[in-house]
Design a protein around this ligand. Structure first.
Ligand code: SF4
Length: 362
């Protein structure tokens, strides 16, 4: 843990004092115990005097309008634009991090855009977005800022999306997801060893979050696993992962298998080949997963949605462009009327694959 004093002083929730004089953060299963002036492993939650503070409240590493499919979410308001932003820091230490410039940011100056929750919601409405996403780094660590922004968004008629690794303790989890309409949870692998050695976390905590989402909430959720050659891409592991999903979460939770590219502290591994993703998709489907997708590669077949009732092509995708829409106004297959799991409006969005960085005025 660092020794620097906290920056801006937004009093945080979820912490308590210990008998030995330290303060324990209760946001995530790391439960960092801090002396005066120390920061947690995530770097952005810190002890200031006799309290915990969130040092990144109201500050962002940048805003961008993305297609919702990029989160990735394939069954939530397809084709619509989402105003996306993140802050700095992370509560996992994944060696393969694909966003390390943000997640490992140690200089708060990196956070060059500032915006209060109402300004973010207003900007999203003005930009024609249907939702706002907390992404790029894990919103669990900026919970108070994400929750306040989510409240402002819902007030403005916007949906809210969290892109997270699901590494969050039960009380904080309850509050966090109460304010989210959809989430994509990274399930980074299916062994405790991988989580311990590569991510510095625990698999069972993430599985708890997934079961919680299924049993206790109405949040629409999809799961992403980044397949890394030789690390988490064996048939046995993918079989175990997808079998666990169908048994514990049901057959309607979409799985995304995405391609790794060498980054951060894992530059000795090659990029994932497209056939590895297709193999994973086949295994998941054999285990009963209705909607398994490939991602980060050009694969119109692996990224499109078919009806599990009759096999009709319901939503065609080419990268993030929608090439086919075959749902009726109630989200059912136009041929056999089987309902597709997810959140759909009568018409799809028309945002396409564009990515539009934006600066918020303040
Ligand atoms: S959110 Fe997690 S990593 Fe950050 S201070 Fe709290 S317990 Fe530590």
């Amino acid at each position: 843990m660092g020794q620097e004093a906290a920056g801006s002083q937004f009093t945080a929730r979820y912490w308590h004092r210990l008998d030995d004089g330290r303060i324990q953060c209760d946001v995530c299963p790391r439960f960092c115990k801090l002396h005066e002036g120390q920061r947690g492993l995530c770097f952005v939650r810190a002890r200031a005097g006799d309290a915990m503070v969130l040092t990144t409240y109201g500050r962002s590493s940048g805003f961008c309008v993305d297609p919702i499919e990029k989160k990735p979410l394939n069954h939530f308001l397809p084709g619509t634009p989402v105003l996306s932003f993140g802050t700095a820091g992370c509560n996992l230490t994944c060696k393969f991090c694909q966003n390390w410039d943000i997640s490992k940011a140690r200089e708060i100056d990196r956070l060059n855009d500032s915006a209060d929750p109402e300004a973010i919601a207003a900007a999203a409405v003005q930009l024609g977005c249907r939702s706002v996403a907390f992404t790029y780094n894990d919103p669990v660590i900026f919970l108070e800022y994400a929750v306040d922004t989510a409240k402002a968004c819902r007030k403005a008629g916007l949906a809210t999306v969290a892109v997270t690794a699901g590494y969050i303790a039960p009380d904080a989890r309850r509050e966090f997801f109460a304010h989210m309409d959809a989430t994509n949870v990274d399930l980074k692998a299916f062994t405790e060893e991988f989580y311990r050695k590569v991510c510095g976390g625990r698999l069972d905590e993430v599985l708890d979050t997934l079961v919680y989402l299924k049993r206790e909430t109405n949040v629409w959720f999809e799961i992403t696993t980044l397949l890394i050659p030789g690390e988490n891409d064996s048939n046995v592991e993918i079989d175990a992962l997808s079998g666990w999903v169908t048994t514990n979460l049901g057959v309607d939770v979409p799985l995304h298998f995405t391609a790794f590219h060498p980054d951060w502290k894992m530059r000795d591994k090659p990029a994932t080949q497209a056939q590895t993703l297709s193999r994973a998709r086949d295994i998941a489907r054999a285990n009963g997963v209705r909607h398994a997708y490939t991602g980060n590669v050009h694969d119109p077949v692996g990224s499109s949605t078919r009806c599990h009732g009759c096999g009709a092509l319901l939503i065609g995708r080419d990268w993030y462009d929608l090439t086919q829409w075959h749902l009726d106004e109630n989200g059912r297959c136009r041929d056999c009327r089987t309902r597709l799991a997810g959140v759909f409006e009568p018409e799809p969005g028309t945002w396409g694959r564009r990515r539009q960085p934006v600066r918020l005025r303040h």
